[in-house]
Design a protein around this ligand. Structure first.
Ligand SMILES: NCc1[nH]cc(CCC(=O)O)c1CC(=O)O
Length: 303
């Protein structure tokens, strides 16, 4: 029987994801173990993303373990991966896509049924994501944005404790952990309006490029339709040379349609775009032309 060693971060979310994939591999007949690996991102939870230079904080040590052959498979939230795979590694398969939406969790003290998103005027909203900040500014210029870091349960606790009136999280992460929301109101934001990160809600299964046996074994659990949708989303990210700090949302709800929310700096607020057309790289060129046309105008304005 094929033995597969999975490497995972130690957070509740990462371990849920690793176990989810472990179960699927076992159903296909593999023998699977999970090893916990600490990453730089786990050590520096207190810093805001804005203060971090470079990319790959949550993935680097795990990718090194793969390259050093101490593990065979890494399970990542696809949206946390750099667009270019490190030399020697490939994404062998992707998972089904869970709900790609973001959610706004609202503390009862700030809940106002009559307000947009049921969030009272002038609320303090927690997020450290430039993508979420830029769209928040676009929809609700009245709110005050306050940085929020830590893993998902920690973020929820900070809201419950009253440090924030509301926080923004990925619906997929919240659902996976089945957390008790302790009376917080859950407002699910339509992903066609509040545009998710490229590949949000999808798991990437990364292996060594030369592990052909494992690659072949894993094709039974790949989702090709999802793979082609997120390839389009991530190509936009790649061509803008962005990592997870770029204020970019890109969501392909079905073949031939792409929604984009983009800002050069989150403080300016996002601009929204909807594209329809052939589902291929030509579409990305059209998208980039539209996004970068804005940039030219900005530059004229500045000079
Ligand atoms: N940036 C952290 C991260 N990476 C993946 C998820 C959730 C799962 C997913 O979106 O696939 C989260 C938490 C969040 O954004 O709230």
């Amino acid at each position: 029987m094929r033995k597969i060693r999975i490497g995972s971060r130690g957070s509740d979310l990462a371990l849920w994801q690793a176990n989810h994939v472990k179960n699927q591999l076992e159903a296909l007949g593999a023998e699977v173990s999970i090893t916990i690996i600490k990453t730089q991102g786990d050590e520096i939870q207190h810093l805001s993303f804005d203060k971090l230079e470079g990319k790959g904080f949550f993935t680097k040590e795990i990718e090194q373990a793969l390259l050093q052959d101490t593990i065979d498979l890494a399970v990542h939230s696809h949206k946390d991966l750099e667009t270019n795979q490190p030399e020697g590694l490939i994404i062998a398969a992707v998972s089904e896509r869970e709900n790609p939406a973001d959610v706004l969790l609202v503390h009862p003290k700030a809940f106002d049924e009559k307000a947009f998103w049921s969030l009272k005027e002038g609320a303090v909203v927690g997020t450290s994501s430039a993508r979420r900040k830029s769209q928040l500014v676009g929809f609700r210029s009245d709110v005050e944005i306050k940085d929020l870091r830590g893993n998902v349960p920690t973020r929820l606790q900070k809201l419950v404790d009253g440090e924030y009136d509301a926080i923004l999280l990925a619906k997929a992460g919240l659902d996976r952990l089945k957390l008790d929301l302790k009376g917080m109101h859950e407002v699910v934001l339509d992903p066609e309006q509040f545009v998710p990160a490229p590949a949000q809600g999808v798991l990437a299964l990364q292996i060594r490029e030369d592990d052909h046996e494992l690659y072949n074994f894993m094709q039974a659990m790949n989702h090709e339709d999802i793979q082609s949708q997120i390839a389009l989303e991530r190509t936009v990210l790649n061509r803008l040379q962005g990592g997870c700090q770029l204020p970019l949302g890109a969501y392909c709800p079905e073949e031939g349609r792409l929604l984009v929310a983009f800002a050069h700096e989150w403080e300016q607020g996002a601009q929204w775009f909807e594209f329809e057309g052939p589902h291929d790289l030509d579409m990305v060129d059209v998208v980039l032309e539209a996004l970068l046309a804005e940039e030219d105008e900005d530059q004229e304005y500045i000079s």
